[in-house]
Design a protein around this ligand. Structure first.
Ligand code: SF4
Length: 494
């Protein structure tokens, strides 16, 4: 069997458009119009020699938000699941094409205007006359369905000439992306890092917002992102949370939740002055650093805060003792430090730093100020440390590491850096659709982890999407287990 891509196009005109777009040697077969021909052709093709199959053609858009030329990447076709659809749709979007994933249904006639709403009622996006029977030809091999919208409820068959042309243009442009999808197909091993995903502080912060929503109903105002993850924020927004940058966006007298990253005393004072009811979701491990900053400053120490400029947690900690605290990000910052008294210097850390990077800066502080005071216990929190140790263990045996997490998540970014420092390429992704297909070419072992703010479901979603490219065997390397839980603030306790 070859590993060549086979592209099935029901109509000759579709096959021609696809061939025009191809850059490699994929085989395009014109399979014929309608369900009967598609079923016959699928039976013949089952025995053919190919590695992957892509079913490409035009179709009827069922929802009013689709336009001619939009691409629908099928998540299923008949009884066949197209698990890699999010990967393919993400790659199509990065190629500048309007693509989304959704259900594709196969019907045995041209869809009439009056039928569209009923067909769309279960969430189906597009109807065609061939995908389901053709998908059976995959017979266990990776399968993709890419359909370009030719007509929609707003652009019915009367506009099919212009709509059809737009659809054919999109098919042509999608052809090289289908080739990239095929090149990324293959059997793989996924090494899961354990622990990964939510930490106790993030779970607590999310639960606080959920409980306030339950008790008070929407809207619930939250200052800054409750945790740095677009999925979590999007989910809570859809349930009525309103994320604001500053308190002046919160109406007088309303309830406001402070995020897990903490706030400076100025923000608390502002909330009190405004008469806002505050529920504090600051992680207790961040509050611990705040308390240390206050204590060192009260004892006359200059506090060197090792952290990243602009991060919300750092801003909150700096605000605890602004006249006594100096941010140091590098050993060069330590060299430039001018404390009031070199004998009274202490250091603290942002909780989500790289253990190695922070050790370099604290080492520079100890060298320059031998009497420097350290925090009573590590400021880099257990969850950050554990996830770095765990990802290092899988990176050693992986060709590539995928880190689920958002770009503004400090601990997730540090996981990528940890892998890179270990010599393994790593990428930060919010979800499966962020995986670039060329990352996967030639990669047989993928390490997979998630930052402390990334939901566990994203990891499942990534594994499911990868399994659409070929068989995936999953094993987990657990370097430690976590049992830490934090209590909820009194305002939301039962
Ligand atoms: S990463 Fe650490 S400091 Fe941040 S919320 Fe989680 S446990 Fe708390």
């Amino acid at each position: 069997m070859t590993d060549q891509l086979l592209i099935c196009a029901p109509m000759r005109i579709e096959a021609r458009a696809i061939r025009q777009g191809l850059r490699g040697s994929a085989e395009v077969v014109h399979t014929g119009y309608g369900t009967t021909r598609a079923a016959q052709r699928a039976e013949e093709l089952k025995a053919a020699s190919f590695g992957q199959i892509a079913i490409m053609g035009v179709g009827a858009g069922l929802t009013t938000d689709l336009s001619p030329g939009d691409l629908v990447v099928g998540t299923e076709a008949g009884l066949v699941t197209c698990a890699s659809a999010p990967l393919l749709a993400g790659e199509l979007r990065r190629a500048g094409l309007p693509a989304r994933t959704g259900r594709v249904t196969t019907v045995d006639h041209l869809v009439r205007r009056s039928e569209r709403a009923a067909l769309a009622a279960d969430g189906t996006l597009l109807a065609d006359m061939e995908s389901a029977p053709l998908a059976a030809a995959a017979d266990g091999r990776p399968v993709a369905v890419i359909r370009a919208v030719s007509d929609t409820p707003h652009h019915p068959l009367a506009g099919i000439v212009s709509g059809g042309l737009a659809a054919l243009r999109s098919l042509r442009a999608a052809a090289p992306v289908a080739e990239r999808w095929a090149a990324a197909c293959g059997t793989r091993q996924v090494l899961l890092a354990g622990p990964r995903s939510f930490c106790a502080g993030v779970e607590r912060a999310i639960e606080i917002v959920e409980r306030v929503l339950e008790r008070q109903g929407e809207p619930v105002y939250v200052r800054k992102q409750i945790v740095h993850n677009t999925r979590v924020v999007g989910d809570l927004e859809s349930r009525g949370a309103v994320f604001v940058d500053e308190l002046d966006q919160v109406p007088d007298g309303a309830t406001v939740v402070f995020s897990a990253h903490g706030v400076s005393p100025m923000v608390r004072e502002d909330a009190a002055r405004r008469g806002l009811a505050v529920i504090d979701a600051t992680c207790p491990l961040v509050s611990k650093v705040h308390a240390e900053a206050r204590r060192f400053a009260a004892d006359g120490y200059t506090v060197a805060l090792i952290g990243h400029a602009g991060h919300e947690e750092v801003e909150g900690t700096l605000g605890e003792a602004p006249d006594s605290t100096v941010l140091v990000q590098t050993a060069a910052d330590v060299a430039a430090l001018r404390p009031r008294d070199g004998e009274r210097v202490a250091y603290l850390m942002q909780t989500t730093l790289s253990v190695d990077e922070a050790a370099e800066v604290s080492g520079a502080l100890r060298e320059r100020f031998p009497a420097v005071r350290a925090p009573g216990s590590d400021d880099i929190c257990y969850a950050t440390t554990n996830r770095q140790v765990a990802v290092r263990a899988v990176a050693a045996d992986s060709d590539l590491v995928l880190v689920a997490g958002s770009k503004n998540s400090s601990n997730s970014v540090r996981l990528v850096e940890t892998c890179e420092r270990a010599g393994t390429p790593a990428h930060l992704i919010d979800g499966a659709s962020d995986i670039q297909l060329d990352w996967l070419a030639g990669v047989s072992t993928i390490g997979l982890t998630a930052g402390a703010s990334a939901p566990p479901a994203v990891v499942d979603e990534i594994i499911a999407a990868l399994s659409g490219l070929g068989e995936v065997s999953v094993s987990e390397r657990v370097t430690t287990t976590e049992s830490i839980r934090f209590g909820l603030p009194k305002e939301v306790r039962q």
